[in-house]
Ligand binder design. Structure first.
Ligand SMILES: [Mg+2]
Length: 373
């Protein structure tokens, strides 16, 4: 099996207004880069890179820089191809480079699984999980009435852990956190995502308040670059921190994990370096007794499927991020649903069991989602 061609599909879709306000703002649309790696024995492996606001640039990078390195290569030699792709920049690789590489890496794993006729979680070494615990993401930082209704709706769907978006100032965040906890009334557990809204001092104040309300984790209270800040917040806070969605590669996650600054590491497989590198991050976390909870966010069906495969394989997996509202990139790209809240049973999502990623991409839908211009 040799790589014969690589096709790229920058995709974009609108998101309903008001369902998902965060401290970092609203997202009126979502985008991603989908890649198709085609082999000489007629297979297509699918991958997705986060490349949130510039999927066309990611597509150009794949076509002009990565593809020439990959043509004729054996997809099973992913540990040789990964560093070769990362060396496309002379300095430390991150950003669009690693997000585009992530898409290729996921496609190579899809091809390996297809070629052997097994799902990726079995290639990785499975825990035997056919279903994985999932949490609702995310209760909006928009109008309170909408947030309260979302609490009721997500509990009715069967979620037992709900993530709520909070923001500055601390007083408003704590007031909202208390109102949501009161509405939940013991029917579920809550965790909070700040999307970098605070500095260290305010994060420490918020952490104390959330711990009193029995929140399960506090996610990204400060900017991801402030690694020492995470250590300070963690050391003084009676609640576990969660972070990692904004970082690239295992090197990016290493300091948060080794210092035990986070209790939950949240790499995004479409950003962190694909399945190869996300497995390294989760394994590193396991060695330090840190939980692994995949970040999925607004990503599409391929990222969701790859994350479900990892969730079924990693022993320190904790819970799966499931956006409870419609996302055309997740819900419209494959012939059968994957990672959708509508599939929830007893608070768990099914892991695709077919070969590779275990999904069938709908080519017509993919074309309809293609970013224009
Ligand atoms: Mg987050």
């Amino acid at each position: 099996m040799r790589i014969r061609d690589i096709r790229t599909y920058p995709v974009t879709a609108p998101i309903a207004p008001d369902v998902q306000k965060t401290a970092a703002g609203n997202f009126p649309f979502v985008s991603a880069l989908v890649v198709e790696v085609i082999t000489d024995d007629g297979r297509s492996g699918w991958g997705e890179g986060l490349v949130r606001f510039g999927p066309q640039a990611g597509a150009a990078f794949v076509q002009q820089v990565l593809k020439p390195k990959l043509l004729g290569a054996d997809p099973f030699e992913v540990e040789r191809l990964w560093p070769e792709m990362a060396r496309s920049v002379s300095g430390r690789a991150g950003g669009l480079v690693i997000e585009s590489l992530s898409a290729i890496d996921i496609a190579l794993w899809d091809l390996m699984g297809q070629s052997l006729g097994v799902p990726i979680h079995r290639l990785l070494g499975s825990t035997g999980r056919t279903h994985v615990a999932a949490y609702a993401s995310s209760i909006s930082w928009g109008p309170l009435e909408i947030a309260l209704q979302q609490v009721d709706d997500t509990i009715a769907l069967g979620f037992r852990l709900l993530k709520v978006k909070l923001g500055a100032p601390v007083e408003a965040a704590l007031e909202r956190a208390a109102a949501l906890a009161e509405r939940v009334a013991g029917r579920a557990r809550l965790c909070a995502d700040l999307n970098w809204a605070f500095d260290v001092a305010d994060a420490q104040r918020l952490a104390r308040g959330l711990a009193e309300l029995d929140y399960f984790w506090l996610e990204e209270p400060i900017v991801p670059e402030d690694i020492e800040g995470y250590r300070l917040v963690a050391a003084s806070s009676p609640i576990r921190l969660a972070a990692g969605e904004s970082d690239f590669t295992a090197r990016g996650a290493k300091d948060l994990i080794a210092a035990r600054s986070v209790g939950v590491i949240q790499p995004d497989v479409a950003r962190s370096g694909g399945i190869t590198e996300t497995r390294r991050i989760a394994s590193l976390a396991h060695a330090f007794h840190v939980h692994y909870a995949p970040h999925v966010g607004f990503s599409g069906a391929i990222c969701v499927a790859a994350s479900l495969q990892l969730a079924a394989a990693m022993p320190n997996f904790l819970t799966f991020e499931c956006m409870f509202f419609d996302n055309p990139l997740r819900d419209g790209m494959t012939r059968k649903p994957v990672g959708s809240a509508r599939q929830l049973q007893n608070g768990e999502l099914p892991v695709p069991q077919g070969p590779g990623l275990g999904i069938e991409v709908d080519r017509d839908a993919l074309e309809a989602l293609r970013a224009r211009g």
